[in-house]
Design a protein around this ligand. Structure first.
Ligand code: GLU
Ligand code: MG
Length: 479
């Protein structure tokens, strides 16, 4: 028996002992939707070795389930093999009898599918690890809840849990649901860092501990499935859409990234590599290059980070969505927020908290990319971010001054002077930037780069005549 076969046989035995009958094997398509093939637990071994068939046309699916016709995707001919990542298989706490595993996609000769997003993120993460700078990442998940019945009658219903923003009232109202959610995530091995009501009515958020980027993308898929499944058991329906009303705060999917220094040869402790207190706002030289690389490519990156027509109803100034291409320290209106965790600098007398340089660098200063949302395929979004950061490092890219106000409050002339540009206000502009971006073309490869742009253009076409309200209504339950 092959190594994969042995591993799968033992995973299957373990799952059976835990009452699992079926395993959901998932991948995320280019429209950001998680698609699935299920297998009985007895077929897991076969799935891990031979794979499960799936059409390559999924690469060209739109959020409406229509198919785009791309140069490299969308035809009815051909087949791929889905193989579960057995290191990530886990019983689903809110779907008794089910387990889940993300898959890698191969062709019928066993070669990685060139348009497989998970393989591309794995490769990008390895590029950093190979330099002795392993990356860490996490994706914050925000969502809005509705009564299941109300949500099925059409139109856009009112959410439940409409108490004050960040208010305890919502936690009391949804106490059992939130407790079951924390329990389910924890049982599934997800390291929940925080759960809280968000700003908008019916909105909540979960954040999870930083992980290897591939694991972080998998976790964001698992978290969303779990939120939806726990909600269903509580009579709730969940929307992760960036726009739940035409004009108002939406659901973000902020990506967090940082770098570590791998174990050092001199046996001194490894530590954070993004921020060592020496550069602008405490960034390291390397950190500055990384952030500058991401900043320079943000308009094109939006085509994978804020990839839907609905994304641009959310991405507006003064909603903490990060609608301006700039960076700032703890600035929630900058697309790139440097999160320092602890205050750098002098101790306030009597404050009791005086981080040393070492503690500060280990307090997880990291970069938050606020302009992204959950219509993004998390594998593509993180791969794009890492590739742009890497290109910034290779070019020695430099940052402008950090922005310490809401850029929307600055006179336009001052924004111009400081080089602060509004991010694209519509998907078509992000796609144009994406198509013209050589770094993004190179990370995704010519075929996937073309397919992503094809899918975006087809979705733009689908909504060409739609009003904002129609975009909200038709996007609300898709992701
Ligand atoms: N809901 C906001 C968004 O659309 C984010 C709020 C926050 O800063 O977490 O991104
Ligand atoms: Mg939030």
């Amino acid at each position: 028996m092959s190594v994969d076969g042995k591993k799968a046989a033992s995973a299957a035995a373990d799952l059976r002992a835990r009452g699992v009958d079926a395993v959901a094997l998932t991948f995320v398509d280019n429209s950001g939707i998680t698609r699935v093939k299920g297998v009985p637990v007895g077929r897991l071994e076969r799935a891990a070795t031979v794979g499960v068939g799936a059409s390559p046309s999924f690469d060209a699916f739109l959020l409406t389930d229509e198919l785009a016709t791309g140069r490299y995707a969308g035809g009815p001919v051909g087949d791929l093999r889905l193989r579960p990542d057995l290191d990530r298989v886990v019983p689903l706490a809110a779907q008794p009898g089910w387990a889940w595993a993300p898959v890698d996609r191969f062709d019928q000769l066993g070669r990685p599918h060139p348009q497989d997003a998970r393989a591309i993120l794995r490769r990008e993460a390895e590029a950093f690890a190979d330099r002795g700078l392993p990356a860490l990442a996490g994706i914050e998940v925000e969502w809005t809840i509705y009564l299941a019945g109300a949500a099925r009658t059409g139109g856009v219903p009112e959410p439940v849990a409409t108490g004050p923003a960040y208010g305890m009232e919502r936690v009391i109202e949804q106490s059992g649901y939130l407790r079951d959610l924390v329990r389910a995530l924890t049982e599934q091995g997800v390291a929940v860092e925080q759960i809280h009501p968000e700003y908008a009515p019916g909105q909540f958020e979960v954040s999870t501990a930083p992980e290897d980027p591939l694991a972080a993308a998998d976790t964001s898929v698992l978290v969303r499935q779990t939120v939806r499944a726990v909600g269903a058991r509580h009579g709730l329906r969940t929307s992760f859409s960036p726009a739940v009303v035409a004009a108002g705060v939406g659901n973000g999917g902020h990506a967090h990234v940082s770098l570590r220094r791998a174990e050092r040869a001199d046996r001194r402790p490894a530590g954070a590599a993004l921020a060592d207190g020496t550069g602008p706002a405490g960034l390291s030289e390397l950190g500055e290059h990384l952030v500058a690389g991401i900043l320079a490519h943000l308009p094109g990156l939006l085509a994978v980070g804020a990839p839907s027509v609905a994304s641009y109803l959310r991405l507006k100034p003064s909603r903490w969505a990060g609608a301006f291409a700039c960076w700032g320290v703890e600035n929630r209106e900058a697309a790139l927020r440097l999160v320092t965790g602890l205050a750098a600098g002098e101790q306030t007398p009597g404050a009791g908290l005086k981080p040393s340089a070492e503690q500060w660098s280990q307090a997880s200063p990291h970069l938050e990319i606020k302009c992204f949302d959950l219509t993004a395929n998390p594998y593509l979004a993180l791969a794009g971010v890492l590739a742009c950061g890497r290109s910034g490092i290779e070019e020695g890219a430099r940052l402008p001054e950090p922005v310490d106000v809401d850029p929307a409050t600055l006179p336009a002339a001052e924004r111009d002077r400081r080089g602060i540009k509004a991010l694209p206000g519509r998907l078509a502009d992000s796609v144009a930037a994406f198509e013209a971006d050589p770094v993004l073309r190179s990370v995704f490869g010519a075929e996937l780069h073309d397919t992503i742009a094809t899918v975006r253009r087809a979705e733009i076409e689908v909504f060409a005549a739609a009003s904002a309200d129609e975009i909200v209504e038709r996007s609300l339950w898709r992701h």
